[in-house]
Design a protein around this ligand. Structure first.
Ligand SMILES: Cc1ncc(COP(=O)(O)O)c(C=O)c1O
Length: 413
């Protein structure tokens, strides 16, 4: 926006509508005009069936329907319903709870956890660090709160995590700033689908520890785990958490949990932020400051969603039912991804290293231009940096076979 009427500009640069929702709307408009069968809308970050309908886990809706009126309608405490706060730790860490003091605070989705972390653990004007491929709301939230967002190069030439870029950016920012929030979206990163290997996680922890040797500095490592339930088998995808045990006091780990994808409750706006620290005082402070921020922004969270999670983790039969349904959903996603990658390889497309999740990114120069060209062909993807993000979550296996050839043609391969 260049000119404000009544609103104040604040610290933000507002540039039109949300890009992802804008492209999705264009796909819907085209589908209304020429017919849905001629349009492939690969922009949506939600799991859709082959006909384009939202896939909702039936067990979750059954639990919702079983809730009493008070369980649905009553205000939740500002920090969250106690049984939710206890069980969300199990939902996130599984068998791999790190050693340390662990506190949780309910937030409206993972988004709320990102907002509270930036608000409470970086100073006005500070730089927040993330990967160069990133989910655009990280920037919106940083702008809104008067912080800058900087990035490190995510991949090296061999498509492994670029640990030297990570290390040098952390050092560089900490040379001019007392504390640093690092946002790391894993496992099953959006938009690339990347998950660090076991040894890459070790190296990340080593780099954090090395920088924490200077005890005047404070590092907040924020793990955005929004896609953890679609990052392979539930146990294996959580094993890395135990590496965050017994860290120095000046490293605070915060994990963002989301009920949007893993519980198919996108519209319920429920999630949590969970801290891991060796200090009881830092954990208590975490609770206090984030409850204050909850109160000062959205107040309390969505009680029925919190009740659903509590009930799942307090009833083994229910838990197994949810896990089985989710495994079926995950299979749909994994099968589509396999086909998309197979055909992309066939047509010589280069991709970011995909390990799982909702999105695959195809590398291309002039992504904006190629994206527009593909829209004319009825294929809608989100241009991000030097790539086009394809939502396997939203496109049938059959259509996953068709798109790579169209991308190759648009690029001129
Ligand atoms: C990378 C990433 N982080 C966090 C979220 C937060 O989701 P929610 O606020 O719905 O929990 C999303 C949702 O699309 C996401 O893609």
């Amino acid at each position: 926006m260049n000119k404000y009427l009544m609103a104040v500009p604040g610290t933000r640069q507002i540039s039109g509508d949300d890009k992802i929702f804008g492209i999705s709307k264009a796909a819907q408009d085209m589908a209304a005009e020429v017919g849905a069968d001629k349009v492939i809308n690969a922009t949506i970050g939600a799991l859709l069936d082959d006909e384009g309908n939202l896939m909702v886990m039936p067990s979750i809706i059954d639990i919702y329907r079983s809730l009493s009126p008070a369980e649905i309608a009553e205000y939740a405490p500002i920090a969250g319903v106690p049984s939710f706060l206890k069980n969300v730790k199990k939902a996130v860490f599984g068998k791999y709870t790190p050693n340390g003091y662990i506190e949780s605070v309910a937030t409206p989705g993972g988004t709320g956890a990102i907002r509270n972390t930036i608000q409470n653990y970086s100073a006005l004007g500070d730089t927040v660090l993330t990967t160069d491929w990133f989910w655009s709301p990280y920037k919106n939230i940083s702008d809104e709160l008067g912080r800058k967002l900087d990035t490190f190069t995510m991949f090296d030439a061999d498509k492994n995590l670029n640990l030297s870029s990570f290390s040098s950016k952390v050092e560089e920012i900490l040379s001019r700033q007392t504390q640093l929030v690092i946002i790391f979206n894993a496992p099953a990163h959006n938009p690339t689908g990347f998950t660090p290997s076991d040894s890459e996680w070790d190296s990340i922890v080593d780099i954090l520890k090395k920088n924490a040797d200077n005890t005047d500095k404070k590092i907040i490592f924020f793990i955005d785990a929004a896609y953890i339930d679609f990052a392979g088998e539930e146990d294996a995808s959580r094993a890395f958490f135990s590496k965050f045990s017994d860290l120095p006091e000046n490293i605070l780990v915060i994990v963002a949990f989301s009920m949007s994808k893993g519980y198919t409750l996108y519209g319920m706006r429920s999630g949590a932020m969970i801290c891991v620290t060796p200090s009881a005082d830092i954990a208590a402070e975490f609770k206090t400051v984030n409850m204050f921020s909850n109160r000062a922004t959205w107040s309390n969270g969505t009680r029925p969603a919190m009740m659903i999670l509590s009930k799942i983790f307090e009833d083994e039969t229910l838990y197994n039912k949810v896990a089985a349904e989710r495994a079926e959903f995950r299979k749909v996603l994994d099968d589509r991804a396999k086909v998309f990658i197979e055909y992309s390889n066939k047509y010589g497309l280069e991709m970011c290293p995909f390990k799982g999740g909702f999105f695959i990114t195809v590398l291309c120069d002039n992504a904006e231009e190629i994206g527009k060209k593909l829209q004319k062909e009825g294929v809608f993807m989100v241009p991000i940096g030097k790539g086009l993000r394809f939502a396997v979550s939203a496109v049938s296996e059959e259509k996953c076979k068709i798109v790579p050839e169209k991308i190759a043609a648009a690029i001129g391969k």
